[in-house]
Design a protein around this ligand. Sequence first.
Ligand SMILES: *[C@@H]1O[C@H](CO)[C@@H](O)[C@H](O)[C@H]1NC(C)=O
Ligand SMILES: *[C@@H]1O[C@H](CO)[C@@H](O)[C@H](O)[C@H]1NC(C)=O
Ligand SMILES: *[C@@H]1O[C@H](CO)[C@@H](O)[C@H](O)[C@H]1NC(C)=O
Ligand SMILES: *[C@@H]1O[C@H](CO)[C@@H](O)[C@H](O)[C@H]1NC(C)=O
Ligand SMILES: [Cu+2]
Length: 321
Amino acid sequence: MLRLAFSLILCFLALPCVSAHGYLAYLGINDDQSYTNYTGNVPNADPSPSVIRQVSDISPVKGASNPDLNCGLNAQFAQKVASANPGDLLVFDWRGGDNTNWPHNTGPMLTYMTSCGSSDCTQYNSSSSKWFKIAEIGIVTNATSSNSPVWAQQSVMNGAFTNVTLPSTLSPGNYLIRHEIIALHLATALGGAEFYPACSQVKVGGSQTGMAEDSEMVLFPGAYKDTDPGIYDPDVYSSNSYTFPGPPIAAFVTASASSSSGSSSSSTSSAPTATTGSTPGSSSSSSGAQTESDTLRGLWGDVQTVKVQARKRTRKAFMSK
Ligand SMILES: *[C@@H]1O[C@H](CO)[C@@H](O)[C@H](O)[C@H]1NC(C)=O
Ligand SMILES: *[C@@H]1O[C@H](CO)[C@@H](O)[C@H](O)[C@H]1NC(C)=O
Ligand SMILES: *[C@@H]1O[C@H](CO)[C@@H](O)[C@H](O)[C@H]1NC(C)=O
Ligand SMILES: *[C@@H]1O[C@H](CO)[C@@H](O)[C@H](O)[C@H]1NC(C)=O
Ligand SMILES: [Cu+2]
């Protein structure tokens, strides 16, 4: 059993669990030369120029055939374009809607790209675009806990970034990068999965030639079905195996990852270790005035600190019934 039951328990205690959502707050791009941290827009806030397409709400997209599966709820074109090169590190910084840590810990994270064609992506509508997968990460082993299985998403809940390597042989051009968290805490019911896609506009330089085959490309919506084993997952709390939805990672990505010197571990799915780093400042903010910490004891006899925030009041109300 994975150490994941907390969020489910908290969710049950904290009905209706609506505040526990979030968005892609920042995208870092780590080039050989420099690191750039691009700021996203808070959902539905008055937007500033960004490379991340703004969504209208922190809530999830529900339903595998929902048109918002493309780039998130009512996603808008963004005004700016990030610069990147093949092999760069993409650093996804997901936050809860109140700028605290990402609230979910169950389910995979997947990364897709699509070409915007010859113009930059600022006016590119990707609703009928073909996407290819460059990375996916699900259950990993926790090296500091006897290699016990844990969802990589747990690290995000703990305040970590999610790092993905841009394929080292990627052709230059204009691309959308669709990074997606799927939260499966309610996926024991059909239609329960929560999809959080976020699209960022980039221009990739260099002179590589790697591209996905047509047969590896998918539409969003279209790539997933509500009945896919990785989306409707009755065993999500009792199994350590997971079947990723969507196509396999494009072959050119896998080939370039295995021919390079192994720096692209986040692009492979074979028994990875956690590839998320810590968020500077998030640990200090966890003791901030608006955040309470509770230490809870799980069914597996382990102790873990869980941020409870505003849920505490709801929980008391529940317990006094
Ligand atoms: C980006 O900058 C913000 C504000 O300084 C910081 O909180 C966040 O951790 C940074 N994120 C990344 C991915 O660099
Ligand atoms: C893209 O096209 C779809 C389908 O016509 C439309 O619903 C959506 O609003 C468009 N997106 C943007 C950002 O204009
Ligand atoms: C890995 O295990 C350590 C030690 O128990 C724990 O502090 C950490 O939060 C775990 N990491 C994840 C991602 O669960
Ligand atoms: C992810 O990238 C950030 C920013 O470069 C870095 O601080 C962090 O250590 C990286 N994490 C891993 C596991 O590589
Ligand atoms: Cu949520």
